[in-house]
Ligand binder design. Structure first.
Ligand code: UD1
Ligand code: CA
Length: 492
């Protein structure tokens, strides 16, 4: 391609800040078919709009202005939450991209220097790319620099019309293009850097003399060119970065691409991802070398996984810290901390406040909540461990329930070091089992157990001789009992 500026110097983000970034976000987004603003739909754990605002903010602009319109209450509330430094400007009626920028400028003090215009629905665009665009613009001393891309199917996009020497002449919308312009495959991304004065002059001259009767921002380029100013294009190879989201199909495509990029980064950093197609990792997650992610794993929020740990298959962790060499199988967890060499699952449910010490185990069909489980302690099977403090080396038998709720209050129970809670026991909170104590299987524990004691909290077993033959005469069970008695030579 001709007219491509030199690549920007490294560290373009350290360059002089820009005057303003204007993020266009007033459109309706009808094709999402959603009660929610299109811009609030998420990929990789963040709204589309928050990506745009994050990229914009990386240019350290004096002003970040988001032009809002449709569903602006939702958009404004969201921005107040995730990006309180941005200003919003209302475009009551969407009269075109040029009109949107007019509305934004009217709300700002007079600007000098570079003004960047971008869209709220182009989530893969990075701050680095915007910085490169600004650097290219400055290197060319241009009045306008437009980010462009070569695409296989340019249908619907504005085409970049260049003259014989390769200089950008104009951008022509698909609907307004003639047959020869329609064959141009270099498209306008809709992302630009303008010199503030050229932008103001160009906007002042816009006319809605096009097929849509709108004020086209793109006409500012032709105006600058006619005024003898430099208009350049900065083509980007990575077309994903300029792809917008109009419907949920595009949203899922971009989400998958974003995820693919995150996974590739981790694979290069020494993480094994067995099945990238079913493994979802948000950008906020931190992974160490020799972590293995098995199929169906989803890691979100402030989740971190230390070296050598294996997660999955079919595991979702949000804000979970996983220690070295831990193994977490088929588990759903949030706000929990798993120590090194721990083992969790299959089929564990870790609710907030779970902390498992080094070498400990939370096993199959075990639910935990607000539970500190010490080093080497184990709850291997079929348990509910809620509001519990379990010391090192304790063993929680199969089916133990920490009954932590009396219908009004919750209370904490404790189990001391190396104590043993027999299977199918219920610990009715608050109870305290001291270090080195035993609870017999099937006990209902309602009072404390001291060190060295065995607590038996159940009815005495009675065996009623001859009951089956008397009460179940004629059944297969009774016949089996009679046969067994005959073999033993004793009464049934
Ligand atoms: C625009 C460009 C086109 C480019 C394409 C890239 C113009 C005239 N055309 O076309 O050259 O290839 O983007 O996607 O600029 N918006 C407002 N207020 C408005 C109109 C639009 O805020 O009055 C916002 C929309 O919410 C959207 C963005 O601007 O985020 C682009 O608007 P859209 O209508 O999608 O522009 P296109 O016709 O696709
Ligand atoms: Ca569009």
């Amino acid at each position: 391609m001709t007219g491509q500026p030199d690549p920007p110097p490294p560290g373009a983000l350290d360059a002089e800040p820009v005057a303003a970034v204007i993020v266009l976000a007033a459109g309706e987004g009808t094709r999402m078919r959603s009660a929610r603003s299109k811009l609030l739909h998420e990929l990789g754990g963040h709204s589309m709009l928050s990506y745009a605002v994050t990229a914009a903010t990386m240019l350290r602009p004096e002003h970040v202005v988001v032009v809002v319109g449709h569903r602006r209450d939702q958009v404004e509330a969201h921005l107040a939450e995730v990006a309180s430094h941005v200003t919003t400007v209302v475009q009551e009626e969407q009269r075109g991209t040029g009109h949107a920028v007019q509305v934004a400028l009217a709300a700002l003090p007079a600007l000098t220097g570079a003004v960047v215009v971008t869209y709220g629905d182009v989530p893969l665009l990075t701050g680095d790319t915007l910085a490169e665009l600004v650097a290219a613009h400055r290197a060319e001393a241009a009045a306008v620099t437009v980010l462009t891309a070569q695409v296989g199917d340019p249908t619907g996009y504005g085409r970049v019309v260049r003259d014989r020497s390769g200089h950008v002449q104009a951008i022509v919308e698909h609907r307004d293009a003639d047959p020869s312009q329609l064959t141009i495959s270099e498209i306008n991304s809709g992302i630009y850097v303008f010199e503030a004065s050229a932008l103001a002059d160009g906007l002042a001259g816009l006319r809605p003399d096009n097929s849509q009767g709108e004020l086209y921002l793109t006409d500012v380029l032709a105006a600058a060119r006619s005024a003898g100013q430099t208009v350049t294009a900065y083509p980007i190879e990575d077309v994903w970065q300029v792809e917008g989201v109009n419907d949920r199909i595009q949203l899922s495509r971009l989400n998958a691409e974003l995820n693919r990029r995150v996974l590739e980064r981790w694979m290069r950093a020494g993480v094994t991802v067995v099945d990238p197609a079913t493994t979802w990792v948000h950008a906020s997650v931190d992974l160490a070398e020799d972590v293995t992610l098995l199929p169906g794993t989803s890691l979100e929020g402030a989740t971190s996984v230390a070296a050598g740990a294996t997660i999955g298959p079919d595991t979702s962790l949000v804000d979970v810290e996983v220690g070295q060499n831990a193994v977490v199988i088929r588990t759903h967890g949030s706000l929990s901390v798993l120590g090194p060499d721990t083992s969790v699952g299959p089929y564990a449910y870790l609710r907030p406040g779970t902390r498992l010490g080094a070498g400990g185990k939370i096993g199959t069909f075990v639910e935990t909540k607000n539970a500190r489980i010490g080093a080497g302690a184990k709850a291997p099977h079929l348990s509910y461990v809620g509001d519990a403090e379990i010391a090192d080396g304790a063993n929680i038998g199969a089916g133990v329930v920490f009954a932590n709720y009396d219908g009004v209050h919750k209370a904490v129970s404790t189990v001391g070091a190396y104590s043993f809670v027999g299977s199918n026991s219920v610990l009715t909170a608050p109870v305290h089992i001291a270090d080195g104590a035993y609870v017999a299987a099937g006990s209902t524990i309602t009072s404390d157990v001291a060190a060295g004691e065995l607590a038996v909290g159940r009815g005495q077993q009675r065996n009623i001789r001859g009951w089956v033959l008397r009460k179940r005469a004629g059944t297969k069970t009774a016949r089996a009992a009679a046969a067994a008695a005959e073999n033993d030579g004793g009464p049934a």
